[in-house]
Design a protein around this ligand. Structure first.
Ligand code: ADP
Ligand code: ASP
Ligand code: MG
Length: 414
């Protein structure tokens, strides 16, 4: 088999831990498999590098920022390759440009366009373990790019897709994907198998155990993803195509995201074309608007509320003031915003065939006195925007209320 193993920051957080990684890779190779390893920066290193950048500028969407933050992975690949050698194996390190991980030029959030698997295949055919730097790529002009926080997951799955690997193992500091973040809810339960679709929703709604793009690639190229820990041999969570039995589980997981902000426009004239004119400047600036709610106010006016990524909130307000002053008011008196929000979501493919999940969710939040500011739903998820300070309480309440600490077969009703 050909196995891609991706080790997160904690698994390569010290030389001792890198020796453990080396031993694992070699054990896998000794079983007769070809092994390609993707590694993250040592834990804390990317934050340290970003801290240096932040002393000079806030904007991370910059060529030079990627030159800096990609260095953490350069150190890790070299050290892991040395650790494999020290353990008696053969290894070769590869930076993004050395296995041609070509991306677009969106610095700090680049997307992979193509990968040349040949240098990696050659190394593995020569008995070497290929050790690849996660998180980084190179654009058409040869500039170094990075794939966004958590991007080594995406490197791992993209390499697995390019090499047509049998599995991509993601080694992290928890032993699988849980019903919610086990660091927030200690009695969260490990999920044995989860569909790509549910994992996509969880990842996009805040569960950072896998970067969203890695799940998208896994689904697109049919790469089975096995999330597990490097500290034991216990099986973790398999992310795979949906299986019939999965629909029996109504709610698979609960998650929260803190990266959105809410913008409200009050007392808008209730006439056609207002929404179209308002969202145009945001779309032109590539700002993605997520939830939108319009309320009928008294006296023929409406209130319009929507969310944008928190990083884009300031620019969104500026753009609206500049481009549609007649809508937001000459002095911006009709526009207000709230950065202290959190979006809590429940996810499950079983929602397709079970009614009543929304009612239960709203009731559980109401019982705790948590006010819902916005709601959005899709076939397999329900999200509510609430005040940030209630996020952890909401997660615990929903996790308990939907019985997620119990085995799926023991969960009764909703
Ligand atoms: P790595 O450095 O290995 O990439 P991350 O910190 O990116 O690790 O991701 C692992 C973390 O994801 C866990 O420590 C946990 O706090 C968090 N997490 C959030 N939601 C979940 C979930 N549903 N299941 C497991 N872990 C989760
Ligand atoms: N080192 C990068 C980060 O901390 C990429 C990763 O670990 O996945 O975001
Ligand atoms: Mg991660």
């Amino acid at each position: 088999m050909l196995i891609v193993q991706k080790y997160g920051g904690t698994s390569v957080g010290s030389i001792e831990r890198m020796k453990n990684v080396a031993a694992r890779c070699l054990a896998t190779q000794r079983q007769g498999h070809h092994v390609a390893v993707v590694v993250s920066a040592m834990s804390g290193e990317t934050n340290r590098l970003l801290g240096l950048v932040n002393q000079l500028q806030e904007d991370h969407n910059d060529r030079e920022v990627d030159v800096i933050v990609s260095t953490g992975e350069q150190v890790s690949v070299g050290l892991v390759a040395l650790a494999i050698r020290a353990a008696g194996g053969k290894a070769r390190s590869f930076l993004g440009h050395q296995c041609k991980i070509i991306t677009d030029s969106s610095f700090s959030r680049a997307r992979i366009v193509s990968i040349d698997g040949q240098p990696l295949r050659d190394a593995m055919a020569a008995g070497e373990i290929a050790v690849i730097a996660g998180f980084q790529g190179v654009d058409e002009k040869g500039s170094i790019t990075t794939l966004g926080r958590g991007g080594s997951d995406t490197t791992g799955v993209a390499i697995a897709a390019a090499l047509k690997a049998d599995v991509c193992e993601i080694y992290t500091d928890v032993d699988g994907v849980y019903t919610t973040d086990p660091n927030i809810v200690p009695n969260a339960r490990k999920i044995d198998r989860i569909s790509y679709e549910e994992m996509l929703e969880l990842a996009s709604l805040g569960a950072k155990v896998l970067q969203l793009r890695s799940v998208e690639l896994g689904m697109k190229y049919g790469v089975p993803i096995h999330v597990r820990t490097s500290f034991s041999d216990a099986p973790g969570t398999w992310v795979v195509p949906e299986e019939p039995s999965m629909e029996k589980v109504v709610v698979s997981g609960v998650t929260a995201s803190r990266d959105e902000a809410k913008i409200t426009l009050e007392d808008l004239p209730d006439i056609p074309g207002i929404a179209a004119r308002m969202f145009a400047p945001l779309a032109d600036a590539n700002i993605s608007v997520d939830m939108i709610v319009q309320n009928q106010a008294h006296g023929g006016t409406t209130d319009l509320t929507f969310t944008v990524p928190k990083l884009d909130r300031k620019r969104s307000v500026e753009l609206l003031k500049e481009k549609v002053p007649d809508i937001v008011g000459e002095a911006g008196e009709r526009i207000a915003w709230d950065d202290d929000i959190s979006k809590v979501s429940v996810v499950g493919v079983g929602m397709r065939s079970h009614a009543g999940v929304a009612k239960t969710m709203f009731t559980l939040l109401a019982q705790e006195g948590i006010n819902i500011k916005l709601i959005s739903t899709s076939e397999i998820k329900i999200s509510c925007v609430i005040a940030r300070k209630y996020a952890e309480l909401a997660i615990r309440t929903l996790h308990e209320g939907f019985g997620l600490s119990l085995a799926p077969s023991e969960r009764t009703g909703l």
